[in-house]
Design a protein around this ligand. Structure first.
Ligand code: CA
Ligand code: CA
Length: 586
């Protein structure tokens, strides 16, 4: 009894001590400061690398659970969050736009915020959320009705709640927000509804808009409440009025390269999927490139002006969204580089100064839509693998069906890769699958799917779809590969201890040797792991956390693959592991 009272008193004392506000400096130093995890990506470069080596190849077999936390209720579905750890509190987001604050030592809930979602939200690909952001006194996250909410990090009280876009038009929000120089920067989701991709920057304290940057040519940006500049050149690469509902959702959020002071956001598919409606009868020329969809954009964080662009899939017609994360790193010669593993199956290296193309190699087998990438970074199309034009079909309703690989869910989807400055390698969660795809006529209708395509996803191999690959960005060589029966859908993390962590839909959370891919440790979490692991130090011990909870796009859109994995159980449990001090040297 006495012990209980003392514990409660100590708890109250802890709660009364001043909360340490998170500063720009803290965010800048997030990778090096191992006692907290303040940013999505464990550093805004998104390397997902920890310099910690308390836990290493020799002792990882001694890693044990410390606590687990259930997200509860019938609201399970896909859990894709990356936790944030600050000042003794862990912040996670859950499916259906929920945010939890948890005592990092005990796993006990401190408070929970459930967004009140309206009827009629239109999330395309499960009710997921990929994590929160933290700055000042607040914690931030986006909601499925396309809003961004600031909560007091200590109490969970709402500080402000702002609308990003109209959910009735198909907009939603699932990414972790990005914070740079006191601005909270968000993208948007909804590329399957003919929305227009945009990046917005708000004052993190007040939620007031500072700038907006639509990513499809012809649309006007704003700065301080006034029109700034037009994105691109009207009708340069889009025919007629198609740009007005041109897609390019910025749905995975962005990264920040502090060295060049540049935000980098990827953009999704141009809308509709049927590329013939966007090519103005000129498939060979740049007229149908549909900028800046399926691209990466370098953006000035102060003004929202586009500094550079790199389009991975011009005239995109397979739903190869260009949103996958862009990771800033240095190659072995010390050159400042970006790397990104695109949905289209190619792994690109770009120059960090200007986004210029450096190199590209396939990171999955059997790419059918392009023979390769030319010296300018432009794909060498296989025209016969472009889904046919329904306008030229006998019935005018269904164009020629092609088998295209990768499938539209990508050689890699949203799940983030990791980079180790120690090995120089990227650890890429990839999938090897294809699809039958065909085009159909379509006209835009607000709030309705705007595809003009049909599809069925199929596995390419009997023994695997998922493949974790270690890629050398300097040579393009695949150093090792670990295959997995079902598609990989979870994030990857790597550490100075020589470990690579990721999870599988079959439920395993696994540590691999960073040089060989050998499995060194695993733990069955009870449901599919599609979340993003983190690690940090607490009281001299190394901790790891990952969320388990199967869902996401595969069960909804995976066609024949979805049937293969229909036996997988849903869940919703946050697992925290630690290496006890007495086992660290064993
Ligand atoms: Ca940190
Ligand atoms: Ca898409």
């Amino acid at each position: 009894m006495n012990r209980f009272i003392i514990a409660v008193t100590l708890g109250l004392m802890a709660a009364n001590t001043a909360y340490a506000d998170v500063t720009e400096e803290d965010l800048l130093n997030d990778t090096a400061s191992v006692d907290d995890v303040l940013t999505n990506g464990m550093g805004r470069h998104l390397q997902r690398y920890s310099p910690m080596d308390i836990l290493n190849k020799e002792n990882v077999q001694n890693l044990v659970p410390a606590w687990a936390f259930s997200l509860g209720g019938e609201k399970q579905r896909g859990q894709e969050t990356q936790p944030i750890v600050h000042d003794g509190i862990m912040y996670i987001t859950g499916s259906y736009s929920r945010l939890y604050a948890i005592d990092v030592k005990t796993g006990q809930e401190l408070w929970q915020y459930d967004a009140r979602l309206p009827e009629g939200i239109l999330p395309c690909c499960d009710v997921v959320n990929r994590g929160a952001a933290i700055y000042g006194e607040n914690v931030y996250f986006g909601t499925l009705d396309a809003r961004i909410v600031a909560l007091n990090a200590k109490t969970g009280d709402v500080v402000w709640n702002k609308k990003i876009a109209d959910y009735k038009a198909g907009y939603s929000y699932t990414a972790a927000p990005l914070i740079v120089n006191g601005l909270i920067i968000t993208g948007n989701s909804g590329g399957e509804f003919g929305i227009v991709g945009e990046v917005q920057a708000r004052d993190a304290e007040t939620g007031d808009l500072v700038w907006t940057r639509p990513v499809i040519e012809g649309h006007m940006g704003t700065l301080d409440g006034e029109e700034s500049t037009m994105t691109g050149t009207l009708n340069a690469t889009w025919p007629g009025d198609m740009w007005k509902t041109g897609g390019g959702a910025t749905w995975l959020g962005g990264s920040y390269d502090a060295d060049t002071d540049t935000l980098v956001f990827g953009t999704g598919n141009p809308a509709p999927w049927n590329s013939w409606l966007r090519s103005a009868g000129n498939p060979e020329g740049t007229e149908g490139d549909n900028l800046y969809a399926a691209s990466r954009l370098g953006i000035d964080p102060a003004t929202g002006e586009i500094k550079w662009h790199f389009q991975t899939t011009p005239r995109e017609g397979w739903d190869y969204d260009g949103v996958n994360e862009v990771v800033a790193y240095e190659d072995r010669d010390g050159n400042k580089r970006f790397a990104t593993a695109d949905r289209n199956g190619f792994f690109y290296v770009l120059n960090r100064e200007d986004g210029a193309f450096v190199s590209a190699v396939p990171f999955v087998k059997d790419i059918s839509w392009a023979e390769g990438i030319d010296e300018n970074g432009r794909p060498i199309f296989v025209e016969a693998n472009r889904p046919g034009d329904p306008a030229t079909a006998a019935d005018g309703k269904k164009g020629e069906v092609v088998f295209a690989s990768p499938s539209f869910l990508g050689g890699k989807n949203w799940m983030p890769m990791a980079h180790s400055p120690k090995t120089g390698l990227f650890y890429v969660p990839s999938n090897e699958w294809g699809m039958d795809i065909w085009n159909e006529p379509i006209t835009y209708k607000k709030g309705a799917a705007y595809l003009g395509s049909g599809f069925t996803i199929k596995p390419n191999y009997e023994d695997h779809i998922g493949s974790l690959k270690a890629i050398d960005p300097d040579t393009g060589e695949i150093k090792w590969e670990v295959k997995n029966p079902s598609p990989l859908w979870g994030g990857v993390m790597t550490t100075a201890g020589g470990l690579v962590f990721t999870g599988t839909p079959e439920g395993k959370f696994i540590a691999f040797d960073d040089e060989t891919g050998e499995e060194l440790w695993s733990f069955q979490t009870g449901s599919g792991v599609i979340g993003q692991p983190i690690t940090w130090e607490q009281d001299g011990e190394q901790y790891l956390t990952v969320i388990s909870g199967w869902g996401g796009a595969v069960p909804l859109w995976g066609g024949e693959v979805a049937k293969q994995v229909s036996y997988l159980n849903q869940g919703g449990t946050l697992w925290t592991f630690r290496l006890p001090e007495q086992l660290a040297s064993k």
